[in-house]
Write a protein that binds this ligand. Structure first.
Ligand code: TGC
Ligand code: FAD
Length: 390
């Protein structure tokens, strides 16, 4: 029998192929080298300096649009993409966000719903990290209910003219291209908007207490004139943006477990060395109960992510199953981080340890890509057949 491994108590690594482990190791060592030594400082300053260089490096290791095929993308499996998200978020949710929005939202929208010309024009440079993308769905007055969006695209001859505002858009101010969803006379459509288009601007949102090492912006569209071929031709209706969200939410199912793992490992190390009442706090039963419960939820969550990944690779993953995973894993991850915070005592609130940073990041992750309540309602509807949204 193989010995008990505290890092992998259920032996989940046995489910992985050598190529999966290679992807995981590559991303883990990139994050250890390029993010972990600096991220507390970025967080404190509320900035992500060198984001363009980081994007190019992420492109270099194949992490952008990782599970897409062709057009310079790595063509990795969904499980491999998930492992990459976990390793990136173990460093910081902001880095995983950069990758999610680039690959699972902006690139995915173009890959799935774009014309051949749009794919050829944008995807290779986005896969290489030379062009950063953003995805504008949320508006100031329409977050959970994007069906009510007010951004409107009207025809003027063969051109489109876009007016409106998007809010809380990751990568907005650094993006070279924005995928913007707008109401038209025929329903919701997606538009590929070069950010140097006259009338487009993306002021950065400051004063965030979460995802501080991530760029979040407003998008202002003030009479942005686009040619006829700027529209994504292959989808009309809300199923377009919601279909992209499935892919990004799937990455978060894995990513959240990365933040949880980082906090769990920090708590175990701390509990073994910090002494009170003459012995390590890890020797007290109350601390062990916390660690045991954290380990159970962490590894259950990773198993769930793996299961969903295999379903995605088999083309059998349902949106309701993605909601199941996002609801459980983000909710449990934040609980693990908060419990780790208690084990570290006062040190738990310091940026010298990663736990408070991860816990406050997860407050955003709990809200974006569908709030906890939205995913409960998606599942509630699937379980009862009754729609409780409105
Ligand atoms: P509903 O009537 O249910 O559906 C409208 C149409 O969409 C289809 N659909 C989906 N298609 C694919 N995947 C899904 N998950 C889908 N959910 C629904 C549906 O079949 C229908 O199609 P059709 O052909 O009949 O027209 O729509 P609803 O208005 O009742 O809304 C449903 C609800 C509330 C679940 C949806 O609006 C929702 O998910 N709201 C949450 C919004 C959200 O998640 N926004 C995220 C913005 S992006 C972001 O946060 C990025 S952060 C990234 C980072 O930094 O990492
Ligand atoms: P609201 O929809 O106003 O919800 C407020 C509360 O009411 C929530 O608890 C919600 O669950 C609850 N609620 C709403 N309706 C119901 C109901 N029917 N029943 C029960 N409860 C309900 N968006 C993008 O488009 N692109 C991005 O790149 C992006 N990046 C983001 C980055 C960050 C850091 C953050 C914080 C957000 C980002 N978002 C992005 C926006 C995000 O998707 C929205 O914040 C999210 O969808 C929720 O919308 P809202 O904030 O308007 O909250």
């Amino acid at each position: 029998k193989s010995p008990f491994d505290p890092v992998d108590p259920l032996g989940i690594d046995d489910l992985l192929e050598p190529e999966d482990l290679a992807v995981r190791d590559t991303v883990r060592s990139w994050a250890a080298d390029r993010v972990l030594p600096y991220v507390a400082d970025w967080y404190e300053k509320g900035e992500l300096p060198g984001i363009r260089e980081l994007a190019r490096e992420l492109g270099g290791i194949g992490a952008l649009g990782m599970s897409l095929s062709g057009y310079g993308c790595a063509g990795a499996s969904a499980v491999q993409y998930g492992l990459a998200c976990l390793e990136l978020e173990a460093a910081d949710s902001g880095i995983r966000s950069l990758v999610s929005v680039q690959g699972s939202l902006a690139m995915y929208a173009i890959h799935r719903f774009g014309s051949e010309e749009q794919k050829r024009r944008w995807l290779p440079s986005m896969a290489a990290g030379e062009v950063i993308g953003c995805f504008g769905l949320t508006e100031p007055d329409h977050g959970s209910d994007p069906a009510g969006m007010r951004t409107f695209a009207k025809r003027d001859g063969s051109d489109w003219v876009l007016d409106g505002r998007k809010m809380w858009i990751t990568n907005g101010s650094v993006a070279g291209v924005a995928v913007v969803w707008a109401q038209t006379e025929a329903g919701v459509r997606g538009f590929v908007v070069p950010t140097d288009s006259p009338g487009f601007s993306a002021p950065e949102i400051k004063h965030k207490w979460s995802l501080r090492a991530s760029v979040t912006s407003e998008l202002v569209l003030d009479g942005v004139r686009l040619p006829a071929d700027a529209v994504l031709p292959e989808v009309v209706g809300l199923k377009g943006p919601l279909g992209c969200l499935n892919h990004a939410r799937y990455g978060i199912v894995w990513g959240a477990m990365g933040a949880a793992r980082a906090c769990f490992e920090t708590a175990v190390d701390y509990a073994k060395t910090r002494e009170q009442f003459g012995r390590p706090i890890g020797g007290f039963q109350l601390t062990q109960a916390k660690l045991a419960d954290m380990a159970v939820e962490l590894h259950k969550g990773i198993l769930l992510a793996h299961h969903l990944g295999r379903r995605m690779d088999a083309g059998r993953l349902r949106p309701e199953q993605v909601s199941f995973g996002k609801l459980n894993n983000v909710r449990e991850a934040i609980e693990i981080c908060r419990t780790a915070r208690t084990i570290l005592g006062a040190n738990g609130i310091s940026l010298e340890y990663p736990v408070m940073r991860h816990a406050t990041n997860l407050e955003s992750v709990l809200t974006y890509e569908g709030t906890v309540e939205m995913h409960q309602l998606v599942l509630g509807k699937a379980l009862t057949g009754l729609d409780a949204f409105r």
